[in-house]
Design a protein around this ligand. Sequence first.
Ligand code: ADP
Length: 228
Amino acid sequence: MLLMTDVSKSYGSGVFALQDVNIHIAPGEFVFVVGPSGAGKSTFIKMLFREEIPTTGSIFVNGVDILKLGEKEIPYMRRQLGIIFQDYRLLPDRTVYENVAFAMQVIEAPYRKIKRTVMNVLDLVGLRRRANSYPNELSGGEQQRIAIARAIVNNPLMVIADEPTGNLDPETSWDIMQIFEEINSTGTTIVMATHDKGIVDAMDKRVIAIEKGCIVRDEKHGVYGYES
Ligand code: ADP
């Protein structure tokens, strides 16, 4: 699913945000990316969908060398991924339904398919009854659930999340993680950067720890490993 080989990234200051990163993530894996602030987690995450490009090294996503893609091909590559951010990034002037449907309209799915699929994913995240609400009428946890629905509506190969529970209280964070578990149980790969020690320690997933741009741990059933 993901193969990074000898990836290093310098933002030009001479300091490496990532250095000699080698990672293989198989289809269906659930992976946490942890590490102190400034360690390189966001840089790592951004490279997975070509938001940043490495200074050296190669990145294959689902067999595609994403560094060789032309500008026009990048949006197609991103549509095979479900990307989720800490700050939700919803369209404020569109309803819950429209926010999710938008991702399918972009790929020109037929109207009836859009309606059926959007209602199904809203069911999955528990927001069917809020379909006609606007994002600012909902809580932070509910807004993140819209963002998750939008990320998965096109059946992505991999869900990539950067601190998705960073703005949420512990209980709401757990609800979000349950949705991630459910998505993962259908075979979707999940890569999630997080600072949430409680979640990482309880979920018993693969943990990749980054410090000062280097991978210092990669454990199949890992723990968070830092003070929270
Ligand atoms: P984390 O997500 O673990 O907090 P980042 O990937 O954001 O870490 O940052 C890693 C390092 O790269 C830090 O030293 C940070 O200051 C630097 N960095 C991140 N983004 C940029 C940028 N756009 N320009 C210059 N330096 C950056």
